[in-house]
Design a protein around this ligand. Structure first.
Ligand SMILES: NC(=O)c1ccc[n+]([C@@H]2O[C@H](COP(=O)([O-])OP(=O)(O)OC[C@H]3O[C@@H](n4cnc5c(N)ncnc54)[C@H](O)[C@@H]3O)[C@@H](O)[C@H]2O)c1
Length: 224
């Protein structure tokens, strides 16, 4: 919504319906599109990329946000469990970047921003697959940044702490909100709104010389 407020046409690619968000964005006078896309499928992402190219003229700003974090003890985790998390959280950046990078290179301008997590560094019990996927996004971004800078493309990651979202509110994470808030310099629970400004900054021309970076947006979490 913030990118739409700033005049960007937006595509919401999600496995869940996003028509309500599209309607909100359209009220701001931009073009908006919801595309059903399964981030665990390279074919689904490629088809979405083609639709974005034909209906929106390509993608200048890619925000990789889809992610799952099922709590699982490593010893009870099957390889299929591991693969599912890695495919949605990490393999997807491969397919998404394949879809958008050529167009960005052609234009000589592009922003790739992936949502990682402070667990890339701290690790998180019951989340070895998740923590590995989030660290992978950061290493990928740093490497791709090195290849893309000369084309006017920046590649960065944002690492939130524990954010109050419908999924964390309904999950085991909810019991940690208060405890973690006390371990932060800013002693309140993070909300999605806290990520909006940092995201808009990385997407903007103001951040043209910022690349390969991980912006920790975690209220000053002391573990990291
Ligand atoms: N909530 C937190 O505390 C927190 C902290 C750090 C990082 N993150 C990261 O932020 C991102 C969003 O997290 P959230 O808490 O808002 O989660 P959420 O579950 O509320 O949202 C995740 C989104 O991803 C979509 N999604 C899930 N599987 C998909 C698939 N196969 N294909 C396409 N879309 C799919 C969901 O439909 C949903 O819209 C994730 O990458 C998460 O790892 C969250």
């Amino acid at each position: 919504m913030r990118l739409a407020e700033e005049g960007a046409n937006v595509v919401i690619a999600d496995i869940a319906p996003a028509e309500e968000v599209v309607a909100e964005a359209e009220k701001l006078g931009v073009k908006a599109l919801a595309i059903h896309c399964d981030m665990s499928s390279g074919e689904s992402i490629a088809a979405m990329g083609q639709q974005v190219a034909s209906e929106m003229g390509g993608c200048d700003i890619l925000v990789h946000n889809a992610g799952i974090y099922p709590a699982q003890l490593f010893e009870e985790m099957s390889f299929d469990d591991w693969r599912r998390v890695l495919s949605i959280n990490l393999d997807s950046i491969f397919h998404l970047t394949k879809a958008v990078l050529p167009g960005m290179k052609e234009k000589g301008w592009g922003r790739i921003i992936a949502v990682s997590s402070t667990t890339f560094h701290s690790g998180l019990a019951y989340n070895s697959h998740y923590s590995a996927s989030k660290a992978g996004l950061i290493a990928f971004a740093r490497a791709l940044a090195s290849e893309s800078g000369e084309f006017g493309i920046t590649v960065n990651t944002i690492a939130p702490g524990l954010v109050r979202t419908p999924t964390t509110e309904g999950g085991p994470q909810s019991q940690w909100f208060d405890m973690l808030a006390q371990q932060q310099a800013i002693k309140r629970t993070e909300t999605p709104d806290d990520l909006v400004g940092p995201m808009a900054f990385l997407a903007s021309d103001d951040a043209a010389f910022v690349t390969g970076q991980t912006l920790l947006v975690d209220g000053g979490w002391r573990f990291v």
